[in-house]
Design a protein around this ligand. Structure first.
Ligand SMILES: NC(=O)c1ccc[n+]([C@@H]2O[C@H](COP(=O)([O-])OP(=O)(O)OC[C@H]3O[C@@H](n4cnc5c(N)ncnc54)[C@H](O)[C@@H]3O)[C@@H](O)[C@H]2O)c1
Length: 262
């Protein structure tokens, strides 16, 4: 299977590091010009520098996904500069480990603003803009934590990810009349800066970082194939953005070593 995205324009939000950076790299290697958008602008520049080392095309853009105008503005710029918008990936996210009773009002607001409103903003802006092309692929990053509530915590994080799975279906209905595919991916646990933050809280509770990581893997992931990498998610996103996924829409694809089987 060879994915060819030559001549296509892609926008990836939450693209400055971790899973987002891996998604950018795969889309660019397949030939797309990628707008690399993130709250931390210097990270976008770093990702674009890495693309340039491979002779690939990227544009760094600062963007807070919680603000619709900024999200729409990145897509508007991509269209203005390239004359098209083929792919949008809503990957920005933040995490809070807390349980239902522990999570503070401030944490709940932040999670809703970034994870839920950020994705909603990306979905609405993308479907509206792609209608005129009668073509488009949109993928959002949910999580296995969005499949069902967990005793271990992630209460409001999981709620935002469950909402992304739901919104994926709603946006897929809206996009279907215009030949726009809308899907989401549900990663398992991947040791990006986000998971290092979770491990920080285990360390703060007196546990050893590496032991906590190994125990988390054992606890959550049935498939004993070692650590999942950001690339594992990026390959699935690349597939969903390709012609091979033309008949797939409204789906949430688990890429989690069996953590969730629904
Ligand atoms: N790492 C995992 O185990 C895991 C598991 C399931 C789902 N996910 C999801 O995958 C996505 C990527 O996570 P990651 O692990 O690479 O984490 P990460 O923290 O390394 O990357 C998240 C990126 O989102 C950006 N971001 C945060 N708030 C933003 C905002 N308001 N506007 C724009 N950008 C913003 C950050 O700056 C960062 O670059 C997230 O949506 C996360 O919830 C991760």
């Amino acid at each position: 299977m060879q994915v060819d995205l030559k001549g296509q324009t892609a926008v990836v939000f939450g693209a400055g590091r971790g899973i987002g950076e891996a998604i950018v790299t795969q889309l660019a290697r397949a030939g797309a010009k990628v707008y690399v958008a993130d709250l931390i602008e210097k990270n976008c520049a770093h990702v674009v520098d890495n693309l340039a080392k491979e002779g690939l095309n990227g544009v760094a853009v600062g963007c807070d996904v919680g603000k619709f105008e900024q999200v729409d503005g990145v897509m508007e710029r991509a269209e203005r500069e390239t004359g098209r918008l083929d792919i949008v990936v809503n990957n920005a996210g933040i995490v809070t480990l807390g349980s239902f009773l522990e999570t503070t009002q401030e944490e709940i607001s932040k999670l809703i603003n970034v994870n839920l409103m950020g994705t909603s903003n990306g979905l609405q802006a993308a479907v509206k803009r792609m209608q005129k092309y009668n073509h488009g692929k949109i993928v959002s990053t949910a999580s296995f934590a969005g499949r069902h509530a967990m005793k271990e915590g992630f209460a409001y994080y999981g709620m935002t990810k469950a909402a992304i799975i739901y919104l994926t279906q709603a946006a897929a209905y809206a996009g279907a009349d215009y030949n726009i595919n809308v899907n989401s991916v549900c990663p398992g646990i991947i040791r990006t800066p986000m998971w290092e933050k979770i491990l920080d809280s285990y360390v703060a509770a007196g546990q050893d970082r590496e032991t906590s990581w190994k125990e988390s893997l054992k606890h959550f992931i049935p498939l004993e194939r070692g650590d999942q990498k950001p690339e594992d998610i990026a390959y699935a996103v690349l597939f969903l953005c390709s012609e091979y996924a033309d008949h797939i829409t409204g789906q949430a694809l688990n890429i989690d070593g069996g953590a969730s089987m629904d």
